[in-house]
Design a protein around this ligand. Structure first.
Ligand code: F6P
Length: 342
């Protein structure tokens, strides 16, 4: 068999570990050949690819990013996108395509497979951990580790100056990174997109923290929304899947806290630092297992499925099911961590 591999959407640590596992097992155990498509869906659209073999994937396990490149290209929005992809696959003799991506990339894979008969197998990735069919996506653990370390560091400088430090983390419309890093880092306030926040309450927590002679750390997810307002944005631009580019709520919060409490407040936006660099051991482990199970599915001709983590098992679920619903933080879990606020 000749198998295509692509990585689409926002990159995350662990993508190279998946590619390595697919190629190692695919070549060593099944004797398959591999084609790596460049830059997400742009690769098959424009016929841009590289040969993937064992020497190509040597040494990439601990490397962040993706050796294939990535993009947020949406082939369903491109003129003749589906036909161009099918032509490329036919021309290159590709029998099946492993698509490693989040909601958007996998959404395209589901349609390509179900509606246009392109044999696809999906692998879930995203630092946001917001795919409902899998307990965890790789990339999340690394992002949480980076955000937690940042919060630890911010505690000491906040204490030195007795100021409020607001930390804005990624996660799009899910509060997983904020919740996990905020709890692990001992934040005094954690704000997530799933629960609109009351700025008066945030200021009350900030004030009570100062009363205890400590400086407050406020962790806010980029998608968090104030109770009496709209999502706060630096700019309202959209990507090709129609998602608004989030960020801005951290700056807004610091200004509001300073105005309402009279305490100096500053913001750190962690941004793409959360997505870069070497994957954690857990993400390498999960990404590798996803890769091994994905090539098994391809080999068995089990198309239209995505590999997923359930407990400690890797299972297969329909790709369409995996992208149907966002996995968000439930109110009970958020209430549980609320004991540490203020
Ligand atoms: O989905 C991953 C993610 O990092 C989100 O947390 C964030 O909102 C978005 O991607 C940023 O995308 P980009 O890198 O395209 O600006």
């Amino acid at each position: 068999m000749r198998v295509g591999v692509l990585t689409g959407g926002g990159d995350c640590p662990g993508l190279n570990a998946v590619i390595r596992a697919i190629v190692r097992k695919g070549v060593q155990e099944y004797g398959h050949e591999f084609v790596g498509f460049r830059d997400g869906w742009r690769g098959p659209l424009e016929g841009r690819s590289i040969r993937l073999d064992i020497p190509t994937v040597r040494g990439i396990l601990p490397r962040g990013g993706t050796i294939l490149g990535s993009s947020r290209t949406n082939p369903l929005k491109e003129e003749d996108g589906i036909r161009r992809i099918k032509d490329t696959l036919a021309r290159q003799g590709v029998d099946a395509l492993v698509t490693i991506g989040g909601e958007d990339t996998l959404g395209v894979a589901a349609r390509l497979c179900d509606e246009y008969g392109v044999p696809c197998v999906g692998v879930p990735k995203t630092i946001d951990n917001d795919l409902s069919a899998t307990d965890y996506t790789f990339g999340f653990d690394t992002a949480v580790g980076i955000a937690t370390e940042a919060i630890d560091r911010l505690h000491t400088t906040a204490e030195s100056h007795m100021r409020v430090l607001v930390v804005e983390v990624m996660g799009r419309h899910a509060g997983w990174i904020a919740l996990h890093s905020g709890l692990a880092g001992g934040a005094n306030v954690i704000l997530i997109p799933e629960q609109r926040f009351d700025i008066e309450q945030v200021c009350a927590w900030v004030t009570s923290r100062f009363r205890a002679s400590y400086a407050p750390i406020v962790v806010v997810a980029e998608g968090a929304v104030p109770k009496d307002g709209d999502v706060v944005l630096k700019d309202g631009s959209l990507d090709s899947f129609g998602h608004v580019r989030l960020s801005g709520v951290g700056e807004w919060l610091a200004k509001e806290i300073e105005r309402r409490t009279g305490k100096e407040a500053r913001t750190t936006v962690l941004g793409h630092v959360q997505r870069g660099g070497t994957p954690s051991a857990f993400d390498r482990w999960l990404a590798t297992r996803f890769g091994l199970h994905a090539i098994d599915a391809v080999h068995e001709g089990d198309h239209g499925v995505m590999v997923a983590l359930r407990g400690t098992d890797i299972v297969r679920v329909p790709i369409a099911e995996a992208t149907a619903r966002l996995k968000t933080v439930n109110p009970e879990l958020y209430t549980e961590v609320g004991v540490f606020f203020g």
